[in-house]
Write a protein that binds this ligand. Structure first.
Ligand code: UDP
Length: 318
């Protein structure tokens, strides 16, 4: 089976490329390296170093594939508030171009990277796929718009589609070429920031006055390797004319201070941090209900927070 991975030069897409190749798939990659890195694309893949907005490049990249894993997107919440136009263009218009190219080439299967940001401030914890979607920023809104586009495409043209709504993705994949890991610039995510904190540049803990046991925010972390295993299952179970939306997390949560404690075990030293004001748009607690993933994908996460933090640390330090 041959798949196109959009965003295959990025952290999550790049991990998918390597795991798909190891599982025996043929892989095309489409990525303009605007945030990804050409040198992280597995050389066994056929690489189209082109933009999702370039319809003829997308047409070439989908030729001969059986399915698409669509990771390519702008994904910074803060940037989406200050530059929303980029989010509508890349995430929404880019996906429109991809869906058109797939339709023209009769490619009938897609697995899409959606996000917990589509739910916004949750009314209930854990968050199920039936929870209200009310995104609080253009990033989440753009991903929700794409979910609607994909539903319509499934109903109109028989597309087999699954959107996977990620909670907090962390960890790294060790490959024969080295670690496939996060290389964001700027880095905004907690785990890399915890691991890179120094006395001169301590971690900023965004709020210690949240209504949680230790006063810091709770998030649901899932290892990138577990996450990609779910994508490979999704390729198997996607059904024509059906668009399933499935949460991917661990089903449990850790506070910022628990993440710091896990990092201190990996590092064998304390993590320097200081208390900073709450970050705009952060909800106190986000935890996924993952029973649908277990039911439809026969999936459960196998790697815990310590494994995510320790793999991330090895990937940055080895
Ligand atoms: N966070 C923090 N300091 C940082 C980065 C993140 O305190 O330098 C907190 C953030 O407020 C949130 C949690 O860590 O409660 C996870 O944030 P991240 O940006 O990793 O993911 P998000 O939940 O925003 O998708």
């Amino acid at each position: 089976m041959k798949v196109l991975v959009t965003g295959g030069a990025g952290y999550i897409g790049g991990t998918a490329v390597s795991m798909l190749l190891d599982a025996g798939y043929s892989v095309n990659v489409l990525d303009d390296c605007s945030t990804g890195h050409a040198d992280s694309v597995d050389p066994r893949a056929t690489f189209f170093n082109e933009s999702l907005l370039n319809a003829s490049a997308v047409h070439n990249a989908v030729a001969g594939v059986d399915a698409v894993l669509h990771f390519s997107a702008k994904s910074l919440v803060g940037e989406s508030v200050s530059k929303p136009d980029i989010y509508w263009e890349t995430n929404v218009s880019g996906t429109r171009i991809l869906l058109d190219a797939m339709h023209s080439a009769s490619i009938k299967k897609i697995v899409f990277s959606s996000t917990a940001a589509t739910y916004g401030e949750p009314k209930e914890i854990p968050i199920t796929e039936e929870s209200i979607t009310n995104p609080t920023n253009p990033y989440g809104a753009s991903k929700l718009a794409v979910d609607y586009m994909i539903t319509a495409q499934a109903h109109a043209y028989g597309l087999a589609a699954i959107s996977l709504r990620y909670f907090n993705v962390a960890g790294a994949l060790k490959t024969s070429r080295g670690w496939q890991t996060e290389r964001h610039n700027p880095e905004t995510h907690l785990i890399p920031n915890v691991l890179r904190a120094t006395p001169e540049n301590p971690l900023k803990v965004f709020g210690e006055d949240w209504p949680t046991a230790d006063g810091t925010c709770i998030r649901d972390y899932v290892h990138v390797v577990d996450l990609i295993r779910a994508h490979i299952s999704a390729l198997d179970v996607a059904t024509p004319s059906t668009h399933e939306i499935i949460n991917l997390g661990s089903g449990g949560g850790y506070s910022v201070k628990e993440v710091i404690a896990s990092a201190e075990k990996s590092l064998g030293r304390s993590v320097p941090y200081l208390s900073a004001p709450r970050r705009a748009g952060d909800p106190a607690v986000l935890i996924a209900d993952i029973s649908k993933a277990s039911r439809l994908l026969s999936w459960k996460p196998e790697l815990d927070l310590d494994a995510m933090v320790s793999d991330a640390w090895k990937s940055f330090s080895e």
